[in-house]
Design a protein around this ligand. Structure first.
Ligand code: CMP
Length: 134
């Protein structure tokens, strides 16, 4: 079994409708076990560390502001080939490019408001789980 990290982003949580439940159902139907889950507004320094890999990119400040703007739903997930399978389920970073039926196709609004984060490697997943869940 592999571990991965996912995070439902603030625009989905702020919408206050059924989207969190729908996204969790998609993830569970795809065979993921939720090892840990929490809804929380993250501290700025936690988000800066989390997205450290992007710190030289022009969108870094905007990205950190956005993720800090409201609560997120943090998920520690487990499944066989969890990283690859979750990234397939989530779709391309830009919702406009996301394959039909993926979470970002269904729920993403834009490149920054793209509904959900998914770790890009097993190593980064463990790092992200450690930062968010300790
Ligand atoms: P995520 O999977 O959370 O990882 C980094 C995030 O940066 C990404 O999703 C996007 O929401 C966000 N982002 C904002 N602007 C860009 C950009 N120009 N290129 C890539 N990612 C971007």
């Amino acid at each position: 079994m592999d571990q991965t990290y996912s995070m439902i982003k603030p625009e989905i949580v702020a919408a206050g409708d059924q989207k969190i439940g729908e996204i969790l159902a998609i993830i569970q139907r795809a065979g993921f076990r939720i090892v840990n889950i929490k809804m929380k507004q993250l501290e700025r320094e936690t988000v800066e560390l989390f997205y450290d890999v992007h710190k030289e990119r022009p969108f870094y400040g905007e990205l950190v502001d956005y993720i800090c703007s409201g609560p997120v739903v943090a998920l520690h997930l487990e499944r066989e080939s969890a990283v690859v399978k979750l990234r397939e389920l989530v779709g391309a970073t830009n919702p406009e490019d996301a394959a039909c039926g993926t979470i970002r196709d269904l729920y993403g609004k834009s490149l920054s408001e793209n509904a959900i984060h998914a770790s890009d490697s097993v190593e980064n997943g463990l790092r992200e789980i450690g930062i968010i869940f300790g």
